[in-house]
Design a protein around this ligand. Structure first.
Ligand code: ZN
Length: 361
């Protein structure tokens, strides 16, 4: 037991150092997207679908949105195809990449087929039996690994007693993990129109082993026939991925803001820190407000609306640097021939040349 406690303290300390290192860059630079299960591990079964396929589709779509609209963020995947990746290896991929956030994507199953809805977990001690059951089910994937007993120091995923230890894991990432979790659930509930079962905590091994803020998202229940239909449809998967994307974008904005304040201010940087320059790509303008779900909204998933005099203007993408936003311009141009880069300072439109000279580009 002593050794066990010691190793946990060590793990928490290591987590602290890794996080300090990742955050010294100031901005959210890297995200790990973890599609649960894969290969010989199908995860939950629906009537006709497998969890591993549903979550991979959503994970790839999410990564694609981030790469497309937030060019300064690097996306790291634990898997991009149907392969079995041991749980510790998933954590290693995340830890080695020194990512700022870990998003593990799953789908749920329960014997009562009427139960439906999304839920997003942060690491912690379960408060209800129901939450414990989700953790047990997801952790049981380690039983498919040859050496799981050694790797996880005798942790038995099916034994309720194993989970008491998670009380110790109220770690320094909890606040950030819960922040991301609530952004995900509010996107799912309010924007995507899913039934949100809310933010929860439980002892997921994959979150325990990743030394960064992280969430485990359950996209819905494959045991519910309506949800299975939605989760296996291209449209449903795209909507869930765009909900995750918007939550991620919001999380990144908060992260970047907070880290700006934490950074020691050097004289040359004062001007940069006090004004917030953002570059976006303008794709349309209209006298009438464009309704969501119509025209431009159908072509792109990331649309930002602002008012300029009596015109409504629509932009996509966002970056702090002109060079980064320019990278995605050709792709946007395929859909919107006349699009161009514009600049904002503290959310007010300013001339592009002013912005570029202020940000030294
Ligand atoms: Zn799962």
């Amino acid at each position: 037991m002593k050794l066990f406690i010691f190793s946990i303290v060590w793990v928490l300390l290591l987590g602290f150092f890794v996080s300090a290192d990742a955050q010294s860059t100031g901005k959210l630079k890297r995200v790990v997207i973890d599609a649960g299960h894969g290969g010989k591990d199908p995860g939950a079964h629906g009537q006709y679908s497998k969890e591993k396929d549903v979550v991979l589709a959503v994970a790839l779509k999410l990564g694609n949105y981030i790469e497309k609209y937030l060019p300064e963020v690097e996306v790291v995947y634990t898997r991009k195809k149907d392969v079995f990746i041991p749980l510790m290896e998933r954590a290693e991929i995340a830890n080695k990449s020194k990512a700022d956030l870990f998003i593990s994507i799953h789908a749920n199953y329960i014997s009562n087929s009427r139960i439906r809805g999304t839920e997003t977990f942060a690491l912690g001690l379960h408060r209800t039996q129901e939450n414990l059951e989700v953790a047990k089910k997801e952790n049981s994937v380690i039983l498919l690994e040859d050496d799981y007993s050694t790797t996880f120091e005798g942790f038995d995923p099916n034994l309720s007693e194993s989970y008491i230890i998670f009380e110790l894991y109220q770690n320094s990432y909890l606040d950030q993990s819960l922040e991301m979790a609530s952004m995900v659930e509010s996107q799912f509930g309010q924007r995507v129109g899913r039934h949100s079962r809310g933010v929860k905590q439980a002892g997921f091994l994959v979150l325990r082993e990743t030394f960064m803020p992280g969430v485990l998202v359950e996209l819905g229940f494959l045991s519910n026939s309506d949800e299975e239909k939605y989760l296996t449809s291209n449209e449903g998967q795209a909507l869930l991925a765009s909900g995750l994307f918007r939550a991620f974008k919001e999380y990144k904005q908060n992260f970047d803001e907070k880290n700006k304040l934490n950074k020691p201010i050097q004289t040359a940087e004062i001007a940069k820190n006090t004004s917030r320059i953002k570059y976006r790509i303008q794709i349309a303008s209209s006298r009438k407000k464009i309704k969501q779900g119509t025209s431009v909204y159908r072509k792109l998933d990331d649309i930002y609306e602002y008012q300029d005099g009596n015109l409504f203007k629509y932009t996509t993408g966002e970056s702090d640097t002109y060079s980064e936003i320019s990278k995605i311009l050709p792709r946007i141009r395929e859909e919107f021939k006349d699009c161009f880069v514009i600049a904002f300072e503290n959310d007010k439109r300013i001339p592009l040349s002013d912005a570029r000279s202020k940000s030294g580009e």
